[in-house]
Design a protein around this ligand. Structure first.
Ligand code: K1U
Ligand code: ZN
Length: 172
């Protein structure tokens, strides 16, 4: 189960609308296993297939608190089927390392998806699970959390990102 490269902004694959998974076969099982390992190694609480360069509708997540056992969720072709309330939480993204910002999201979301056995599941989520589902499903639609920022904050982000990139190039 190799750890895969995480693609960073502004890689074009992060802007594409990912294709539905047509069949849950060995390739999809291997991709899900690699993504879980990549997420835990990062470390992160979620990862979407486009972030490892695969434009398919598959996400992995584990938002269990650190003092509780891991709770890996693999969601294939996930869809938000219900929303309630509003929340405003700070987010990060493994594809935009070093940048954090508060984003307006629904407070609770109900999500329908297929698990790795092809069973349809519907889960009602809140807290970090709800934020993470919205963040990861956005990735499948080519949307990054910085796309939710106001035009002014997005312009500041682009400036800061260019600076971070320049600093990294200096260090190489
Ligand atoms: O999709 C991603 O880029 C993963 C991202 C998911 C996410 C983070 C915060 C709010 C919503 C969605 C991350 O996991 S960034 C890393 C992170 O936030 C984290 C890492 C370790 C422990 C707890 C959080
Ligand atoms: Zn992300």
């Amino acid at each position: 189960m190799p750890i895969r490269r995480v693609y960073h902004y502004p890689e074009p694959v992060l802007k594409q609308i990912a294709a539905p998974v047509a069949a849950i076969d060995e390739e999809i099982r291997a991709l899900a296993a690699d993504m879980a390992e990549t997420m835990y190694a990062a470390p992160g609480v979620g990862l979407a297939a486009p972030q490892v360069g695969v434009s398919k509708r598959l996400i992995v997540m584990d938002c269990a608190p650190k003092d509780q056992p891991p709770q890996l969720v693999v969601a294939i072709n996930p869809e938000i089927v219900g929303r309630e309330g509003e929340s405003y939480e700070e987010e990060g993204c493994l594809s935009v390392p070093g940048y954090y910002a508060s984003v307006a999201r629904s407070e609770k979301v109900t999500v329908r998806y297929l698990d790795l056995d092809g069973r349809e599941r519907t889960v009602a989520t809140d807290g970090l699970w709800a934020v993470c589902f919205q963040h990861e499903i956005d990735h499948l639609d080519g949307i990054l959390f910085v796309d939710h920022l106001s035009p002014l904050k997005r312009a500041l982000f682009r400036k800061k990102w260019q600076k971070l990139q320049a600093q990294q190039e200096e260090q190489l």
